[in-house]
Write a protein that binds this ligand. Structure first.
Ligand code: C5P
Length: 401
């Protein structure tokens, strides 16, 4: 859930600031992009150099970058860049300044201008934490939609024991994972993606296949996972590494196996995307051993494989949504339209090898999306990861409307 998330980490002046280095590390380990802003007080506890080295980016703690040249740091940009502004540790002082709407340090100015959600992980001594002023500030922050990661109980820097320790970096990262998951548009939804080619055996070592690389299907699996879905990837043979965060990957060889694994899951699936280039036909009699050269038949009899997309279309309930692909060698609009109707799909993604950089094996694709209503959406040539995002967005928009 933290993969590719942009987290702006705000560090304020508490001894717990030493844990922020571990936190930045942990967030990055889980795939997040991290930038850091610190108050002056925080730089007394941990150096900007530590955070800059860990994150690979400069750390912001002042309004000016180079006073001699009159350069100032744009606090608005940071707030716009982030998916979330996480202030950890957040001192009692910073919490009260946030309530007051103060902007007298760079971190507070970022807070005032940020459009992303704000999360605070308070850290302070137990009496400061329990003080009615702090408790009221926290309650008021919550009423302004600021989320609070509760501090933990235990030994404090003062020598006292009680509630006020900043949550541990792992616990904060876990908290953020669930927070992102709950806000993701497809949280709680099951998405099935078929990907790659299928191999239809002629004998124990030979097969009929096609040039599909699986890249489009794998990019889709990852994009749906990022949108919060539990993704079931049913994949034919590919050379690709497993996409991040998918719920399950089922490896198959033949169209029949892909059909069986897909249909076994279809009942609980909310959205299915048939991105696989399923072989349309298979040899009728595959030998279970290697045929010697002189045993090879002059012709191979073929029979049709099951059409997975059409089977899903025939079985689908009104709440299920299915997406098919149409790979054509010409502009193919009419044939894509007929596929949409024949296979009872909700959307068809048309791509044509007539477009340079589109289709099998490439890292890019150029698609047109056809809706049941007849509406079409044309997209530019983009990386398959970007195309996958466009498809997820179109699915979400179509479902909403
Ligand atoms: O009919 P055609 O193979 O061109 O249709 C392409 C669409 O149908 C793709 O979404 C593909 O994944 C799906 N399909 C399938 N099972 C087949 C053949 C195609 O799911 N046997």
């Amino acid at each position: 859930m933290l993969h590719n998330r942009r987290i702006l980490l705000g560090i304020t002046g508490s001894i717990a600031a030493y844990k922020s280095a571990l936190l930045a590390r942990e967030l990055q380990r889980r795939g997040a992009h991290v930038r850091v802003v610190m108050t002056r007080a925080a730089t007394e506890f941990i150096t900007p150099l530590t955070l800059a080295t860990l994150t690979g980016h400069r750390v912001y703690s002042d309004f000016t970058e180079n006073k001699d040249q009159g350069l100032w740091t744009n606090h608005v940009d940071l707030g716009l860049w982030a998916d979330v502004f996480l202030i950890a540790p957040a001192t009692a002082q910073t919490l009260s300044s946030m309530i007051a709407g103060a902007g007298d340090n760079f971190l507070l100015a970022v807070h005032l201008s940020s459009r992303c959600p704000v999360v605070v992980a308070p850290a302070m001594d137990l009496d400061m934490y329990q003080h009615p002023a702090t408790q009221e500030n926290l309650a008021m922050l919550k009423s302004r939609e600021v989320s609070v990661i509760e501090p933990e109980s235990g030994p404090l820097a003062s020598g006292l024991d009680g509630k006020g320790r900043m949550a541990e970096p792992e616990a904060i990262a876990d908290w953020l994972e669930s927070w992102f998951a709950e806000r993701a548009p497809l949280h709680g939804h099951h998405v099935l993606v078929t990907a790659g080619p299928t191999h239809e055996p002629i004998d124990a070592v030979r097969f009929i296949g096609n040039r599909s690389s699986g890249k489009m299907g794998y990019a889709l699996a990852e994009a749906f996972a990022t949108a919060g879905a539990a993704v079931h990837l049913i994949t034919g043979p590919t050379q690709l590494t497993a996409p991040a965060n998918v719920h399950e990957i089922v490896e198959v060889q033949t169209a029949q196996e892909m059909f069986n694994e897909t249909m076994a899951r279809f009942e609980k699936i909310d959205i299915a995307v048939a991105a696989a280039a399923v072989a349309d036909a298979r040899p009728v009699d595959a030998a279970d051993h290697k045929l010697h050269k002189d045993q090879l038949p002059g012709a191979i009899s073929l029979e049709a494989t099951p059409d997975i997309l059409a089977a899903m279309g025939a079985q689908k309930t009104p709440t299920q949504f299915i997406v098919g692909f149409a790979l054509e060698t010409d502009d193919g609009l009419r044939s894509a339209q007929s596929k949409l109707e024949r296979k009872k799909a909700d959307l068809i993604i048309l791509n044509t090898t007539a477009d340079a950089g589109a289709g099998f094996g490439t890292d890019t694709n150029k698609i047109t999306i056809l809706e049941k209503s007849g509406k079409t959406h044309n997209f530019e040539l983009k990386s398959k990861a970007e195309v996958a995002k466009d498809i997820v967005e179109t699915v979400l928009n179509t479902l909403q409307s």
